[in-house]
Design a protein around this ligand. Structure first.
Ligand code: DX5
Ligand code: ZN
Length: 216
């Protein structure tokens, strides 16, 4: 099986998001990953639901929003209306994690939980039935271009053994031609990649190199 690749718009050229979306779609991306940062949970501030809604009109790619924001509940309706497909939250940002995931599902969206490198897997123990995706962070969130943290390989491996097969295991952060294969061998089935894809002149080639290493 070949893994899915979701380029992260955090590394795209911010003056040309529309063109970048078309280019990655034509290059075989399986979806696009939008890193939403509030300057609070993480230091940077990126984009809100308005930007997503505008780009929804010009792309048919799957849209995942990775909410690195405090009180994500407050913003879920907005992102839902913007036309996203998957809403991913961090457990540290929710007072009531089960309620927050239930809300995502009730909006008709796929739900995801992002696990920072120091967050253990057991936070999702009683949420398997309302979860569509686990985003294993290969780096501490906030920036692109960081080095993959090797200890997360074990997390991927254990997740693969313990969560239902229907739950997608995606790795976000530090994914390159040097790291994707080992993550894939541990059981990940999809990958976010920002700087590796967008710093390459040829997105098609970059995505193909990544996908090729996930064939098992
Ligand atoms: C990190 C973000 C990632 C980031 C990945 O805070 O969640 O999605 O864009 O960038 P790379 O692939 O360059 O590590
Ligand atoms: Zn992300």
């Amino acid at each position: 099986m070949v893994a899915k690749i979701y380029p992260s718009m955090l590394s795209a050229n911010p003056t040309k998001f529309g063109e970048e979306l078309t280019l990655i779609e034509n290059a075989g991306a399986d979806g696009v990953h939008w890193d939403i940062m509030d300057g609070n949970f993480v230091d940077e501030i990126t984009f809100g639901a308005g930007i997503i809604a505008a780009h929804r009109k010009i792309s048919s790619l799957r849209f995942d929003v990775h909410l690195m924001i405090e009180n994500p509940d407050k913003h879920m309706e907005n992102f839902s209306r913007a036309g996203v497909d998957v809403i991913i939250i961090h457990p540290e940002t929710c007072k009531h994690l089960h309620r927050a995931l239930t809300k995502i599902k009730s909006l008709g969206k796929k739900s995801g939980i992002a696990l920072n490198p120091a967050i253990p897997i057991n936070v999702i123990d009683y949420c398997h039935d309302i979860l569509d995706m686990v985003l294993v962070m290969g780096v501490n969130p906030g920036n692109s271009g960081q080095i993959f943290i090797e200890s997360q390989l074990e997390k991927i491996y254990v997740l693969k053994k313990t969560i239902p097969k229907s739950v997608e295991i995606c790795v976000d952060g530090g994914i390159t031609d040097k790291t994707i294969q080992k993550c894939s061998e541990c059981g990940a089935n999809s990958f976010v990649s920002g700087s590796y894809i967008f710093k390459n002149e040829n997105y098609l080639q970059a995505i193909q190199i990544l996908k090729k290493q996930t064939v098992v």
